[in-house]
Design a protein around this ligand. Structure first.
Ligand code: ZN
Ligand code: ZN
Length: 291
């Protein structure tokens, strides 16, 4: 009985750790489906325009752009999950007593500079940035490129979805700025549960709201991580106000995105080897925290 309960508990724990990624996937796919519907069925075109050849090209271009962004988001996300950023399977040769090397009592090994232990992943991660709660995985040396590109396309996709959904906001507000329309935009769930709006109106208002909130959140994350990349810092180093590995803007971008940084963001399959090994880093400043 105890064995059965612990197995059920383990299964529930494993399922709950996947919950954020499942919710994210549902949101990304629902938004894409809604925007595709807007383009195909409710395209903001005049009646005369809808019958022309141009309307077909216009729709095809929109769908192409949407699925290009969706493809990049899901592909980068899956490569992010597949790429191991930890010290597992990595030969940590080198100057173990050198500057910045530490001993991890949990992993029972010497770890290189910028590496730190993640208690969620239960392993030391090379040039660890942070543990991403949305993916349930650490962002580190090996998978930073996929993380940043996924964020970039989520930002672009949400910006596009917000613009496309402007029509939805306008339709809702067309009835005038009434308590009903404002409540539908601010608390669509409440209006739906209390039976004030139809399922269709709720679904559109909910997705349009999610796009705006998601866009603001992703824009803030993206901005923060682009600034960190340009400064050659990890989130941990930013907290301690250290910048000992800054090599100048271009070299910093190359360190994070690889040799072909200027083109590799277009598709995760474009190879872009990283210049370093995640173990040895060029020190250009003081390793002590600034006062
Ligand atoms: Zn460790
Ligand atoms: Zn982690």
């Amino acid at each position: 009985m105890v064995g059965f309960m612990s197995r059920v508990w383990d299964k529930m724990e494993a399922a709950s750790s996947r919950l954020p990624i499942v919710l994210n996937a549902v949101l990304v796919f629902s938004i894409t489906a809604e925007v595709s519907y807007l383009v195909l069925v409710e395209a903001p075109l005049e009646q005369a325009q809808k019958k022309t050849e141009w309307s077909k090209i216009w729709k095809a271009m929109h769908l192409l752009a949407q699925y290009f962004m969706l493809g990049n988001i899901t592909w980068n996300a899956s490569l992010f999950m597949k790429t191991n950023p930890s010290i597992r399977g990595v030969f940590l040769g080198g100057d173990v007593l050198g500057q910045g090397w530490r001993y991890c009592y949990t992993c029972e090994t010497h770890t290189p500079p910028r590496c730190s232990h993640c208690y969620d992943c239960n392993v030391c991660v090379l040039r660890r940035d942070h543990h991403c709660v949305f993916f349930g995985r650490c962002v580190g040396f090996g998978n930073y490129r996929y993380f940043l590109n996924c964020l970039l396309f989520m930002w672009a996709g949400l910006l596009y979805a917000v613009i496309m959904n402007a029509e939805v906001f306008m339709v809702i507000l067309k009835e005038g700025v009434t308590i009903h329309s404002v409540m539908l935009l601010l608390v669509p769930w409440l209006m739906f549960v209390s039976g004030q709006v139809t399922t269709r109106a709720f679904a559109f208002a909910f997705i349009a709201d999610t796009c705006v909130l998601g866009f603001l959140l992703v824009a803030a994350f993206l901005f923060f991580h682009v600034v960190l990349m340009l400064r050659g810092q990890t989130t941990r180093e930013w907290y301690s106000t250290r910048r000992p590995y800054n090599q100048g803007v271009l070299a910093n971008i190359r360190e994070y995105m690889g040799k072909y940084w200027y083109i590799c963001w277009l598709c995760p399959l474009i190879p872009s080897p990283l210049p370093g090994d995640g173990i040895n880093f060029k020190v250009t400043g003081s390793l002590e925290p600034r006062k």
